[in-house]
Design a protein around this ligand. Structure first.
Ligand code: FES
Length: 155
């Protein structure tokens, strides 16, 4: 097991044996990862023993669910306790200012989307920002500007 499958397991067990559990699992997955990727759907099928076809039936029926990343770069600001105490809200506010969009909305060029996540498991490095799986530690309102500029140059 790795951190990714652990997280899916945690979400699945949160809703196990509850009415409407599949929708709630998918909802929490999307909250956590920004969209429902195939490997997440496969993992949910394995854990819950719900057929993959049934999972896709639900995911494709509701427009709320996304099957692909909503932007090229998903910027996840951790607002778990350690990051929160070390200024994660100021960092998130600065990112909103830089991107000119609210949380959960992609930038008009489709390059970035900001979202909030709970603990990323590296609290000693707080505040932490994750961009497509790359972790940036001890982020502040000054260096986040350079980090985003670096991704803009990559486009
Ligand atoms: S609280 Fe942010 S990494 Fe743990």
């Amino acid at each position: 097991m790795n951190e990714y499958t652990d997280k899916i397991q945690e979400i699945a067990s949160r809703w196990q044996n509850k009415r409407g559990s599949l929708i709630m699992i998918l909802h929490d997955l999307q909250e956590e990862f920004g969209y429902i990727e195939r490997k997440a759907a496969l993992e949910v099928a394995r854990i819950t023993r719900i057929p993959l076809a049934k999972i896709y039936e639900v995911v494709t029926f509701y427009h709320y669910f996304k099957l692909s990343p909503p932007a090229k770069y998903v910027i996840s600001v951790c607002k778990g306790t350690a990051c929160y105490l070390k200024g994660a809200c100021r960092v998130a506010g600065e990112i909103k200012k830089i991107l000119g969009v609210e949380e959960g909305a992609p930038t008009p060029d489709g390059l970035f989307m900001l979202r909030t996540v709970r603990c990323l498991g590296c609290c000693g490095l707080a505040p932490v920002v994750d961009i497509n799986g790359r972790i940036f530690s001890r982020v502040d309102v000054k260096n986040i500007r350079d980090i985003i500029a670096e991704y803009r140059r990559k486009r």
